[in-house]
Design a protein around this ligand. Structure first.
Ligand code: SF4
Length: 478
């Protein structure tokens, strides 16, 4: 098989992995070396389905010995198989880089032999690129669950980012949908990566969720009726991973990220570790998914959790036969994740056991604000930074601008838009020293309790993405 045909097969096989963002690294040029990983030198483009394609994103091999039901490369799937020799992949990366086709590489692999053998082959590519070729471009390596701590540490030595995908939001779903993977194998790699990056993993306690986290009223569960993971579990208890922090008084992800306990002398893994959660291949609620994501950020110094809408490729009885990937749900989870990382929210503020799914029509911050009207209106002339961040339509940048602008004189409603405040949302939730903004284009005073407020806050994502969304009964699950 020639290299071009291999490339076709192995780049196509890699496209469903969403955990390939190249953000977070600024590897400088080396004297006498080749290339650099500086953010300014990286040109991002995105495929029509939203996946990053600015990197050479390819598998070393798709001849996988494992059988994850959601994966096109699973052992039991009848697809063309191919594999590169490590040296062949090195040449490809260097040739593409020299031709300016790529700014970096995302290298993963199906499991060929055992996890350590696969890891060694990936590391061999990385080491050759860095040492022999003196290639200094951005490199993201995938770690294989169950790989030894030494190999994970070596992968971290050569790569900007290493990711290990957790894939399923509960141990039970992992057991039924990805039977060759185990929580222990995944978390041991995460712990090794955290340590390689100079972060001591936090102590965790076991937990589980009550049935209300996977409510029987959730009609989405009918889509999983034939799944062994769901049939009994939804009615009883669904064990989730052993990733709850020991302290109930835990900090927010935003606080921890500001105060990152990273050893400044740890030169490895500048872009940290990331992981991917497949959404819609198993029955866990958004509350379970967000709770897990929050704990991964807090416990293992995760840089990013990616939510990947399950793409039904070829039928498998272990996963639901969806009409299309649940993109609206993926979109809302990303919005909620943004609230962790940049707005100081905690998972249990966004969702709870009695409200387990994100609102389909509202972004999670608007939905939270409408549920917490006792915290509004916020006076933009008196509120502190964290209070401003909680206002729909105000982000980190506009909150900082408000603090600066009001130091001169008190702000009036008409000044807010110029500071970057999105008034069509914020108008319902702020005052300016007692003056309530008017709704744009109307003489109505903004009032979040008015009947039109919720309709005015609907963002239209359902219309854009709803055609491929699992249809949950949001009212029934509220
Ligand atoms: S280990 Fe699972 S997810 Fe990874 S390539 Fe193999 S079948 Fe796919």
């Amino acid at each position: 098989m020639d290299t071009i045909r291999k490339l076709e097969i192995l780049s196509d096989a890699a496209k469903y992995d969403a955990s390939c963002s190249s953000s977070g690294s600024a590897r400088p040029a080396l004297s006498g070396g080749l290339g650099n990983g500086a953010v300014g030198g990286i040109c991002h483009t995105w495929a029509a389905d939203g996946r990053c394609v600015s990197l050479l994103k390819v598998l070393l091999s798709n001849a996988c010995a494992w059988d994850c039901a959601y994966c096109v490369n699973r052992r039991s799937n009848d697809v063309s198989r191919a594999g590169f020799e490590p040296e062949e992949l090195v040449r490809l990366v260097i040739d593409f880089y020299k031709r300016n086709y790529i700014e970096g590489a995302f290298l993963s692999s199906g499991v060929t032999g055992c996890p350590d053998t696969t890891m060694e082959r990936l590391i061999s590519v990385a080491r050759t690129l860095r040492v022999r070729e003196r290639w200094n471009g951005y490199l993201h390596l995938k770690a294989i669950p169950g790989a030894s701590e030494q190999l994970v540490a070596e992968a971290a030595r050569w790569a900007d980012r290493v990711s290990v995908n957790i894939e399923l939001p509960s141990a039970e779903s992992l057991g039924s949908v990805a039977p060759d993977k185990s929580p222990r194998a995944i978390f041991s790699v995460m712990r090794s990566l955290a340590r390689a990056g100079g972060f001591e993993p936090r102590r965790l306690l076991p937990t589980d969720v009550t049935p209300s986290s996977v409510p029987s009223s959730n009609p989405g569960s009918t889509a999983f009726g034939n799944l062994p993971a769901v049939s009994g579990a939804a009615a009883e208890r669904v064990p989730v991973y052993d990733v709850r922090l020991a302290s109930t008084d835990r900090p927010s992800v935003m606080e921890v990220r500001k105060d990152r306990r990273r050893n400044p002398e740890a030169a490895v893994l500048p872009a940290g570790q990331s992981t991917q959660l497949v959404v819609g291949a198993s029955p866990e609620s958004d509350a379970v998914i967000l709770g897990l994501a929050e704990n991964l950020y807090l416990a293992y110094d995760g840089r990013r959790v990616y939510y990947s809408a399950f793409v039904p490729t070829t039928p498998d009885p272990r996963v639901p036969a969806l009409p299309g990937p649940p993109l609206l749900r993926e979109h809302r989870l990303y919005q909620a994740d943004w609230l962790f990382r940049f707005y100081g929210f905690k998972a249990d503020e966004i969702l709870s056991a009695d409200r387990p799914f994100l609102d389909a029509d509202l972004d999670p911050k608007c939905a939270w604000a409408l549920r917490n009207l006792d915290r509004f209106p916020v006076d933009v002339n008196r509120a502190d930074y964290l209070e401003l961040l909680r206002v729909p339509g105000i982000g980190p940048r506009s909150a900082s601008r408000i603090l600066r602008a009001r130091s001169g004189s008190a702000l009036k409603p008409e000044a807010l838009q110029a500071l970057g405040v999105v008034m069509k949302r914020a108008a319902f939730f702020v005052t300016c020293s007692g003056t309530v903004p008017r709704i744009a284009g109307s003489m109505k005073s903004a009032n979040p309790e008015a009947a039109f407020a919720r309709a005015a806050l609907v963002d239209g994502a359902r219309e854009k993405l709803g055609g491929t969304q699992l249809e949950f009964d949001w009212d029934a699950s509220a």
